[in-house]
Write a protein that binds this ligand. Sequence first.
Ligand code: GDP
Ligand code: MG
Length: 462
Amino acid sequence: LAESIKGATDLLSGKSRMTEANTKGALRDIRRALLDADVSKVVVDDLVERVTKNALGGEVTEGVDPSQRGVKIVYDELKRAMGGDDEALMSGGEGEQSVRAELEYREDGKPTVVLLCGLQGAGKTTAAAKLALRLQQEEGRKPLLVAADVYRPAAVEQLKLLGEQVGVPVYAEDFEPGQGNAVAIAERGLKEAQARDDVDVVVVDTAGRQVIEADLMRELRDVRQVTQPDETLLVLDAMTGQAAAGVAKQFDDAVPLTGAVLTKLDGDARGGAALSVRAVCGRPIKYVGVGERVQDLEPFFPARMASRILGMGDVVSLVEKAERLQSKDDAASQMERIVAGKATFDDFLEQTKMMASMGNLQNVAKMMPGMGGLDAGKLSEAEARIKIQESLIMSMTPAERRDPDLVIRSKSALSRQRRIARGAGRDADASRRFVSEFQQMRTMMQKMAAGQNPNAPPGPED
Ligand code: GDP
Ligand code: MG
């Protein structure tokens, strides 16, 4: 028992208040996680500052370890910083199901124009095809792709092939190498779209360079001028890392962006770039690329990205569950009792129930950083033990549950234990063992509360 409950109490009690000291430790971890995730330093500093305020000033949820609480606050901030739940790309309601990571469509009958820009190799051409496919399949739109990258030798051919693959028409022109005019092509592409009645959205692919050059930006501005896009999306490689903020800034300065597509999230990138884009130009990530295939484009979910950026297992959902499941008032006094080594059987029952409703122990352990490696055999053993304990507590009287001493050390303790075992359909041993383990747990907590090492053997230094 001591073992199986230790995890739970560690998880649930911890130091149950957020102080400046323990918040600092949590924030240090979080700061490191964010920098590791390529969130730009300015953004991290800003975030940590807001979180500090929030954490120290805000309310404390009892029963949640402060460092986890810290993660939760950062998680909420991250989510908010990337679009949160109130972003225009949500259609209302809560949860990821209700997200419409959509484009703003025109309503005047003219085709909606989407201009893609970004560095070379970011995935613009691929994203153009992916987007066209998605708009067609998921949103019932009729797209036209426009090949306005006149620099990369094979760019036009690449887009034509992709267009064929996704079953979307491509507007492209033949030109001698070095002679293509992106602005003119974009303009004529748009004209074509307006003339066709099987087109209601135009996706314009443009050229990128390895570094941002003035002439390229000028061209991009001109393309924007003639096409008057409804959406100007920055296609950004998630691996860009810390440089993402600078890239976003330069493109946003040239052509005000309305959003971004973050590509190559199927790789190792942690996605901090998403946060940088948002922080720099205040516009949302609308889609993410998650593979090389044309169907590998997904709507962007701030919550998912926040988890990825934090990269701390699924701690956040664990904390959320804990918060949901424990009413605060109960939790406060319950925690005080548990931490003081005065837990009742009722407290114990509630804690184990909570663990159970959070999913079985295996899953709980998996969500905890560093606990994923817990031996499965040990875990299911613990689960079985908890089941037995539950049944024993259920067959106690309310008075016994409130006052464990009745079962532990009253005159009638032994007969009570036997009765409880019978009622639970267990043998007397089971109930004796549980009661003594329960008492051990309380003693351990009392020692901890008194500031002693609970594992130290009794001895001179004790
Ligand atoms: P562009 O220069 O911006 O037009 O980039 P491309 O569309 O030509 O893409 C450059 C490379 O990145 C190609 O090999 C693509 O297959 C690859 N790519 C694009 N998006 C993704 C993605 O989401 N995941 C992965 N793994 N590869 C991608
Ligand atoms: Mg391209």
